[in-house]
Design a protein around this ligand. Structure first.
Ligand code: ADP
Length: 190
């Protein structure tokens, strides 16, 4: 059982599925809801964190991304995840110690829609193709299921603003449940 007062949530999925948008909306909702507003909720965009903290071995021009130094990243994240109330947002889900994460949300999107989103973002063709194929092959979902207990992983569709709103509402409800269970546990121990 975790000693955290508030849970850590990982929002993952192929690039373009809506992780950053979901994480921002979720943190806003958590900060506003009376049941959760007491916690210091923070959106941690792991890609930005890698850049800010220099957790990389340089820029990979072919793939237009940083070559991540995973050991350094884990050391830096170890310092911030402990207090809980973090919404982590990253396309990789299998490098974190299982004990850090209480809920893994895997966002999914129709591949034609995803292609459009990545094209709009100005990605090079090889990067669009690679990501599109990864989404079709359910790579992130398989990694999540391999790395976390079954009940921790939830797959949600992210193809419309309505779905996004519904997803945020579901995660908010889950946080309420998590708090209720943890409060029960501390009562039991008292
Ligand atoms: P990621 O963080 O997974 O790379 P983003 O959150 O940056 O994805 O979203 C990529 C683009 O797709 C943005 O323009 C965003 O507004 C759009 N988008 C994401 N999810 C949805 C959704 N459920 N409905 C409509 N547009 C979405």
């Amino acid at each position: 059982m975790t000693a955290r007062e508030w849970p850590n949530i990982l929002i993952t999925g192929t690039p373009g599925t809506g992780k950053t948008t979901h994480a921002a909306l979720l943190v806003e909702a958590l900060q506003q809801a009376p049941e959760t507003s007491a916690a210091p909720w923070q959106h941690l965009n792991v890609g930005d964190f890698v850049k800010e903290k220099g957790c990389h071995q340089g820029w990979n021009d072919e793939w237009q991304s940083w070559d991540v130094d995973e050991d350094k990243l884990l050391d830096e994240l170890e310092l911030v995840q402990g207090q809980g109330a973090k919404v982590l947002d990253w396309h990789t889900c299998d490098i974190f110690p299982e004990r850090w994460i209480d809920l893994v949300v895997v966002l999914r999107c129709d591949h034609a829609k995803l292609w459009e989103r990545l094209e709009k973002r100005g990605y090079k063709l090889n990067k669009i193709e690679e990501n599109n194929e990864a989404e079709i092959m359910e790579v992130v979902l398989a990694d999540a299921r391999e790395s976390y207990a079954e009940e921790v992983v939830v797959e949600l569709r992210s193809e419309s603003p309505e779905e996004m709103e519904e997803n945020v509402g579901r995660i908010l409800q889950w946080v309420h449940g998590w708090r209720a269970n943890n409060a029960d546990d501390s009562d039991d121990e008292a």
